[in-house]
Design a protein around this ligand. Structure first.
Ligand code: NI
Ligand code: MN
Length: 221
């Protein structure tokens, strides 16, 4: 499968005829290399309703007839816009034609009244990817790593709104995914972080390999 990094926390996971888009933020993303109109997706996963995760959900879902998957209140917001949605909630797992999605906790705001932020474990035809969403470090990341045989973890390292480099190194140790990609950094100066320092620390302290992707780059898994 292909893991395409579209910048910030936005990833496009593609295998066979299935494309899963996570946290589309392209239109006002200063580091994005593609336009929302050029993205094709069957499913759009939304970790929370902050602009830097949800800006382009409606446009891309509308253009592709994609199903929006999120926590219930955020899914309802998109259903009210006339989009196809699948509401879930934290701790729940649901099977889709490509595999399954499990919603994980995230220590972060929902960006919508009464809602919840989340992360995702995505099983795409047997490859298991954890997208942490925006979150601080929490100890139950160990449990996620025990419940799921992760192939890849996507972790924020930009600090201020989420984990910074040091805490994300701890997260990588708890999750025990063999591959880690840092995200949610260097989009703006406020979340400036050094991905090479993250890579060096993770690779010194854990068995994981860190792959640093620039926006527009992809990893073949
Ligand atoms: Ni956020
Ligand atoms: Mn964010």
């Amino acid at each position: 499968m292909q893991v395409k990094y579209l910048g910030h926390a936005c990833f496009l996971l593609v295998e066979n005829d299935t494309a899963i888009l996570v946290d589309p933020f392209l239109t006002s993303n200063p580091v994005a290399t593609v336009k929302a109109a050029d993205v094709t997706a069957n499913y759009i996963l939304v970790s929370h309703h902050h602009t830097d995760h949800a800006e382009d959900v409606a446009e891309i879902a509308q253009a592709n007839g994609a199903t929006v998957i999120s926590t219930a209140e955020i899914a309802q917001h998109f259903a009210d816009l006339g989009l196809t949605t699948h509401a879930m909630h934290i701790g729940g797992k649901h099977g889709f034609d490509f595999g399954y999605v499990r919603l994980t906790p995230a220590l972060h705001g929902a960006g919508i009244a009464g809602g919840h932020a989340c992360g995702f474990v995505i099983n795409l035809f047997g490859t298991v990817i954890y997208h942490a969403g925006d979150t601080g470090l929490f100890g139950d990341m160990r449990l996620i790593g025990e419940l799921e045989d992760l192939d890849l973890a996507l972790l924020p390292i930009g600090d201020n709104f989420t984990m910074g480099v040091g805490d994300a190194v701890r997260a990588a140790a708890l999750l025990r995914a063999p591959k880690v990609i840092p995200m949610h950094y260097n989009t703006w100066s406020l979340i400036k972080a050094d991905p090479q320092a993250f890579k060096q620390q993770v690779e010194e302290e854990t068995a994981a390999e860190v792959i640093i992707l620039q926006p527009g780059e992809e990893l073949e898994l």
